[in-house]
Design a protein. Structure first.
Length: 400
């Protein structure tokens, strides 16, 4: 074979090796497995039954070596073969698994929720049996779920049920795949790096704001302004351009001039939530009075949005204009998920903001955990100082 032909074959082999290495790296990056220092380590640990078998094999091998008994040699060889198969089968079944996180529903503190993952078996030779998925970085007991069988090229959805005990933004990077296949003598493990940020909203409870509507007809009172509703506002004298169908003939005959019916507007009352989070921002400060206030603010916002009532939100950090959409509610809940007590900053002046809302004839809910806060000295018929202990129907949250 000529040197040129040998060089060409070497180049083709090097290119094939390069493509294979690149493919391996793509598989590892798709599931981001263990760090490079331990990427190719066999993550296999013996179970209790496996430890018993290893001890039995040790005794059996010692006895076979001393007695030269062929039956003992046969039993020893079968035990060693079973051990090797059990150790390699589990590792090979996990080696080509991919893990992808699906888009999940909103998570709330103290509420059971489900996070879904897609597990795909990319192996063309091995099926996976008894695969268990576990979240390593969960702040509490690690939630786990399992897949009974995952054939070659198949994909399965795994649902992890979890409960976060507190609100906030949590970072999770490591997921663990485990299996006891084939004989349950060894447990193969593989850690998958799946970096993601999880936002947990405050705990939501049922809200009782019936005190706002006491003395009003209906759960959502209407403003007493002219409009096109079916509720009669008053009778007045006919003016040019009025609808002739609205003429009140009985009053017209009685008064001797044309009288028309004027109806009330269908505009609903608007609300404002004032969240006073000014206070001690020391990391070691107690959060006992603050957390119920955060939950009450989130519950009020969710209650108003669920009934299609427009509301605004203001704190010493930020303000949200009036809205009743899902996006508006999510923006408020995202803020409440990470809010902390802090000193007065260059943000909005809550006293001024509240006074302007009162002048706009809005119903204002004030939440403040300070006993002598400036908002507690404001007074207006439509201003309500909310106590989390009374506005919320207390429910037993599921803790971790």
């Amino acid at each position: 074979m000529s040197p040129r032909l040998r060089a060409g074959r070497r180049r083709k082999w090097s290119a094939a090796r390069g493509r294979g290495a690149k493919g391996a790296r793509l598989v590892e990056s798709a599931s981001d497995s263990l760090p490079k220092s331990s990427r190719f380590r066999l993550g296999v640990r013996p179970t209790r039954d496996g430890l018993r078998l290893l001890f039995l094999l040790l005794v059996m091998g010692f006895a076979a070596f001393n007695t030269r008994n062929n039956l003992l040699y046969l039993m020893f060889s079968v035990g060693v073969a079973s051990t090797v198969i059990s150790a390699l089968a589990g590792w090979l079944s996990l080696r080509r698994l991919e893990l992808v996180a699906e888009e999940n529903e909103d998570l709330y503190a103290g509420t059971k929720s489900t996070e879904r993952f897609l597990v795909r078996n990319r192996s063309r030779l091995m099926s996976a049996y008894g695969v268990k998925l576990e979240e390593v970085d969960f702040p509490g007991p690690s939630p786990a779920a399992s897949v009974t069988h995952l054939g070659r090229g198949e994909t399965a959805t795994v649902a992890l049920e979890k409960v976060y005990s507190r609100r906030g933004v949590f970072e999770s990077e490591r997921m663990r795949l485990m299996t006891g296949f084939a004989f349950g003598l060894f447990q193969a493990r593989r850690e998958v790096r799946l970096a993601r940020k999880i936002t947990v909203f405050p705990h939501i409870s049922q809200v009782d704001i019936s005190f706002v509507f006491q003395g009003c007809s209906g759960s959502v009172p209407k403003r007493q302004r002219p409009g096109e509703s079916e509720e009669l506002l008053r009778l007045r004298e006919y003016a040019l351009g009025d609808n002739l169908h609205h003429i009140h003939w009985k009053s017209t005959a009685k008064l001797g001039r044309l009288m028309v019916r004027e109806f009330a507007a269908e505009q609903r009352r608007r609300f404002s939530i004032v969240f006073d989070n000014s206070g001690d921002e020391t990391p070691g400060a107690s959060s006992e009075p603050f957390e119920p206030m955060v939950s009450a603010a989130a519950s009020l916002a969710s209650h108003l949005a669920a009934h299609g009532l427009a509301f605004s939100f203001a704190s010493i950090d930020d303000t949200f204009p009036h809205g009743a959409s899902v996006e508006h509610l999510r923006g408020v809940l995202m803020y409440l998920a990470v809010v902390q007590p802090r000193l007065q900053s260059s943000g909005p002046d809550l006293v001024t903001w509240t006074e302007e809302a009162i002048r706009r004839d809005e119903t204002v809910f004030v939440l403040s955990y300070q006993q002598n806060g400036p908002l507690r000295f404001l007074s207006a018929p439509q201003l309500h100082l909310v106590d989390p202990a009374t506005v919320l129907f207390q429910e037993q949250a599921i803790g971790v």
